[in-house]
Write a new protein. Sequence first.
Lengths: 631, 497
Amino acid sequence: MESAVLIFVLPMLMFMLLGIGGKYMTHRTAGRLGTLGLTVITVLAYVTAYRYFGAGRSGGVWLPQTVFHLEWLRFTENLQIELGILLDPISVMMLVVITTVSLMVHIYSLGYMKGERGFQRYYAFLSLFTFSMLGLVVATNIFQMYIFWELVGVSSYLLIGFYYTKPAAIAASKKAFIVTRFADLGFLIGILLLSFYTQTFNFTELMSGNVCASASGATFLGGSVIAWALGLIFVGGAGKSAMFPLHIWLPDAMEGPTPVSALIHAATMVVAGVYLVARLFPLYIEAAPELLVGIAIVGAFTSLYAAVVACVQTDIKRVLAFSTISQIGFMMVALGVSGMGGHAGLGYVAGMFHLFTHAMFKALLFLCAGAIIHTIGSNEMSAMGGLRKYMPVTHITFLVACLAISGIPPFSGFFSKDEILTAAFLFSPWMGVLMSGIAGLTAFYMFRLYYNIFWGAEAKREHTPHEAPVSMTAPLLFLAFVTCFAGFIPFGNFVSSDGVEYTIHLDGKVALSSVGLACVAIGIAFRFYRQASVLPAKMATAFGGFYRAALHRFYIDNLYLFITKRIIFAGISQGIAWFDRHVIDGAMNLTATVTQKVAYCIRGLQSGQIQQYAFVFLIGTLLIVVWMVFL
Amino acid sequence: MNFLSLFVGIPVVMMLGLLLAGNLKQIRAVMVAGATALLALAVMLTIMYLGERSAGNTAQMLFRADVLWFAPFNIHYAVGVDGISVVMLLLSAVIVFTGTFASWRMAMQQREYFMWFCLLATGVFGFFISIDLFTMFMFYEIALIPMYLLIGVWGSGRKEYAAMKLTLMLMGGSAFLLVGILGIYFHSAPAGGTYTMNLLEIAQYRIPMEAQRLFFPLTFIGFGVLGALFPFHTWSPDGHASAPTAVSMLHAGVLMKLGGYGCFRVAIYLMPEAAKELSWIFILLTGISVVYGAYSAIVQKDLKYINAYSSVSHCGLVLFAILMLNQTAMTGAVLQMLSHGLMTALFFALIGMIYSRTHTRLITEMGGLMRVIPFLGVGYVIAGLASLGLPGLSGFVAEMTVFVGAFEQADTFHRVMTILAATSIVITAVYILRVIGKLLYGSVVNPAHQQLKDATWDERLAVIGLMLAVAAVGLAPLWISDMISDSMVTVVEQLAK
């Protein structure tokens, strides 16, 4: 599978080429070169997927294959970082998702970013991101994953801050990096703990089953160290995947160019945390099943929180960002409620399936939003309204995506979300009901968005909006096409918790109730936002306090600001800096001053005057004589 | 004489050359020739060293030479290198080379400046090749003295104060060190035997425990002062802030490494029992250094202060790792010295270049420089990313090796300290991104900065050289890490005895 190695190397080369040589190229050349490179990579990824799945199962399961590895750094005899490529169903699926969305974004950006300053840099960063993300998903060991994990973090930082003269973008990029870095600290310590007790980084060895046995004795505060390690690793995943309370960076990350939001902050990087849990899933099941319940709870809470907040936001990208957080919560719930193998493992299949379908329709939503923002020049919903006449393609594709995310058959989101709900009911009726409710909320806020943009009252505009150019609409159409039909992929045949084929059956009751709920929610949205109406304002006043709290994202950001600005910066850092200058350095200066003062005092003794010396000598002699004679 | 002595010889010849040089052009020619020769020599040494090792030469020190110097005290001029010193020599050569170009446009008294610069280089190189305690100490002092004049004469700001402070504090450190070394000397053989200054010979004999208890702290603190050991680090911010660019580069890049190198080559290697017994005290102090430096850096406004505190934090990690007393962590310590040396030199070089344009180092008075001087801006971002431990650049390799090594100590005390030290990677990200955000991004704060010119060729050479080195270590760390790790075996065996 040499082609897989190329997938790894090519984007890096593209990055180098565009990064160093970019300033000698025209925008056109750079854009085309980047897109061409990515087309090749996408083809290679499809070929790899075709070959992998084409080779068939062995012994009834999809076997993981390490097609390439290279020793990169050796810590001890057992612990070494390898760079390699591991192909298994989920990594191959991710290859396809990442390259597809990335290619769409590359093509789309040709139109969207046209004429922007730093166009070459933009494409260079996209290549860097694609490289990092691909390296992350094909990692053969957890340390390789961590390496690329950091690299996607920095690509995200660079791309969020692409408009680096905009203060909001600078702040957002910094925030994204630092919040995820903080979470990565947990990831790192988790890796260190895990590897100390298991003496390996390698995924295959970690999954081999004797890991827990080797560390069974060690416990910390009542939990096994492996469970602690896995918990800390999940913190890393939660940071990247914007789980509550580490979600605060994602809405702000919308300051980046919209195609970047589609690629990184909707389809690929933010699901890395889900991927991480899926990757270590057998370990979680084996060593810390109680932790999975925790993951499910975190996922459910995040999902609910984000869905509520999404209902009241007015910036379309922010609505989509909260929607992303909410949907990732769904995936986490799916993994959390899952067991191992067969029907118990439905959650795993559902989570991965949702990751796949969500990547497509959420990227589509963002790209549509980009097309709208591109022509309107604002992110605010109030500046839109009635756009369906001017932007027919964007309108239809956006509607498709909205239907998909709301879980209306036959669009892809219906199938994947429905399985998650089934799995949730399987776990506990409470979880099932809660998640169904959130699915209803999803339908409501998505159609609130839809009606506000494309229907409702037209805002006053200086120039008439126009449909986006072909380079932008073509990706929209492609993704809409995928969204229409991806639901029919027999996903369980490819991806399942234990690699054995699993055929998905729709649960009639769950399907019916969830579709019914979605329709009701859409109906409410229709009533509220189809035409200008006083109802939303009335609702807002009725729920005054709650509405304001939701609008301010329940003040979580303010809490963070308080902790960082007031406590860490003003308290700890200023305190330490003051202490250093005044106490520590003061002590040094004091020593110097005292030495100097004392020297001034005693320098009189070295005056060089013979009379004085003779006088002192005489007195001294007398004193000695007195002492010797009388004492 | 063997060819290692060339490391000392070349700078001396350079000084002679500078004395004879008639004009600036010739001064530059001498410097470039000499610095290139040193770099070539270091590269050649690395290749020869690897060649010898792969040919199966397992001697602890290679290319040894030994000349009796002062018989009554059995003092020798003894040189030899292992993988660790090779790495340090390579680092020093890279910094001297790039430092030469960073001082290209030095405005006044170039001849004298470069002569002190060469003397400093002599001391540094001599220190790393020595295996005799006395020679080592002598070169150590040779490296310190020029610093006083380089800062005091060619510096900026409160240069006299800073130069005096730095020199006095480091001299205070060497007073401890001298006592420590003499203590080692007088316990280097059983009563009545011949005392020796040779590191390898002392290592054969166990220094009695009572003596170790006394002299280990003295030696460790003595070297530690140069390695910015808390609370003896305050010379660093003032000293760096006042020093001219290339001197900061050399000082933070190489001179501070003398501290770390000495700590394990002398203190730990010769007195392993005391190291094991007393390490906890110093782990506490260095653990504080790591976090304390990072927090202090967050609120600083002067670029050089930020970097100086950042150095306190990063060099703290070096000493911290050494004290973990196992092969992986100590290998990580040397990697961290290398990595910190390269990236901090890059930082100071860039800060100097920015300062020479804007005439301020306060981040509050600058902004939006990325658009005006993109080359320097990108360089700064890369240095920053290396500093915050981005994979693919040198910092990551070093930090990860340190943390994996530190985690091998499974007791609660070490665990807690390690996790505490690891939190610095987050704080580092905070201050680095803060500086990048303020300094480079946003819109130009001072209208006069609109007209700034981007890097000249000599500046580009220095920056690109260092960036390549940082990237090379970060991308292909295995051979360097192996080279260090193999040489670390003797230290580890010494500890295990």
